[in-house]
Design a protein around this ligand. Structure first.
Ligand SMILES: Cc1cc2nc3c(=O)[nH]c(=O)nc-3n(C[C@H](O)[C@H](O)[C@H](O)COP(=O)(O)OP(=O)(O)OC[C@H]3O[C@@H](n4cnc5c(N)ncnc54)[C@H](O)[C@@H]3O)c2cc1C
Length: 300
């Protein structure tokens, strides 16, 4: 029997068995059965329709800065909104329209240079605009949600909508977006003295450089802060777990909530370390830490 190819006619945007380790900050992750790079909204819509018709699970990949992907990979379609128009940045006065695939770190530098303030405090947070909005990325110096004016999204039926600020709720590392795809966002920034903005940007960046293991393979904070003003990193540190190692995965001795993937590290190593740290913090402080990092398709 000849199998039906679900992406027949869409070969130019669909690759098979693409190693996701090439696309994650951990440099971990097996193959995506289908790796889909649509050139625009129409192509995206068509590929999504094919996935629905063939019941293929869908995943959306940004820059992989918050992802742990299984060593076995993903038996589904991984969508990557990158290159071309997906990375467009248009600055009009205080408004900046940014495509989902744009590199957020570069965007910060670009707006700081033209004297626009509002995201310089997010220096050192890697990701795509889509992933940054979906996660409401941020920290001590604010969150992206504070400057989002609207978000363009597409749902699984292919319907595109612009969600305005008043309808959006941003929470701790979350946004109330029900639609699967973030296509882009419009930010509203403010004018300020370019020197002052650049100074703030440098200060935050220097702080990150000295407190995070930036030249390693990691995915930022592994666990969410548990609330009540407690920090997951401080709890892990207090349990004496800096330097704890399973296989080639290690709790960073610079920042206890960052796990470092050494050469040869597998998703299995990171998972075991997550479970081990969870258990030890539970024993030590009676707190069950919840992962912040997204896992495909792993389950704790
Ligand atoms: C060194 C380092 C430092 C970090 N510091 C911080 C920090 O200070 N604060 C912070 O909040 N985070 C931090 N992170 C985590 C990471 O930067 C953020 O979570 C970021 O938002 C991830 O964006 P991404 O594009 O890489 O998303 P990915 O990791 O690719 O995906 C993350 C989630 O977003 C979804 N997603 C991605 N793109 C889209 C899209 N277009 N449409 C819909 N959903 C999408 C994915 O499906 C997934 O659920 C850090 C990470 C690293 C490696």
């Amino acid at each position: 029997m000849k199998l039906v190819d679900p992406f027949r006619g869409l070969e130019s945007m669909v690759e098979r068995d693409v190693m996701l380790s090439r696309h994650t900050w951990y440099r971990i992750g097996g193959p995506a059965r289908y790796f889909v790079r649509p050139g625009g909204v129409e192509e995206l819509r068509e590929a999504v329709a094919r996935c629905r018709a063939h019941e293929i699970p869908m995943y959306v990949l940004g820059r992989g800065a918050n992802l742990l992907v299984a060593d076995e990979g993903v038996d589904g379609a991984v969508f990557h909104l990158s290159d071309g128009a997906w990375e467009d940045v248009q600055i009009e006065g205080l408004r900046v329209r940014v495509g989902a695939g744009a590199d957020f770190a570069k965007l910060i530098v670009q707006v700081v240079r033209v004297g626009l303030a509002g995201i310089e405090g997010l220096a050192g947070i890697p990701g795509s605009m889509g992933g940054i909005v979906r996660m409401n990325a941020g920290g001590k110096w604010g969150e992206v949600g504070a400057v989002v004016e609207s978000v363009e999204v597409m749902d699984d039926a292919g319907e595109v909508q612009t969600i305005e600020r008043h309808a959006m709720r941003f929470g701790y590392r979350s946004a109330n977006l029900e639609q699967r795809f973030v296509l882009g966002a419009t930010l509203e920034l403010r004018e300020d003295d370019a020197e002052e903005i650049a100074k703030r940007y440098r200060e935050v960046w220097m702080y990150k450089r000295t407190t995070q293991p930036l030249n390693t393979k990691n995915a930022g904070c592994v666990f969410r802060n548990p609330g009540g003003g407690r920090s997951a990193g401080a709890l892990i540190d207090a349990a004496g777990l800096k330097g704890m190692r399973i296989g080639a995965a290690e709790v960073s001795d610079r920042h206890a909530n960052f796990f470092v993937a050494h050469p040869g590290c597998t998703a299995g190593d990171v998972m075991q370390l997550i479970k081990g740290v969870q258990q030890r913090v539970m024993d030590h402080a009676g707190v069950m830490l919840e992962p912040e990092v997204k896992m495909w398709p792993l389950r704790l």
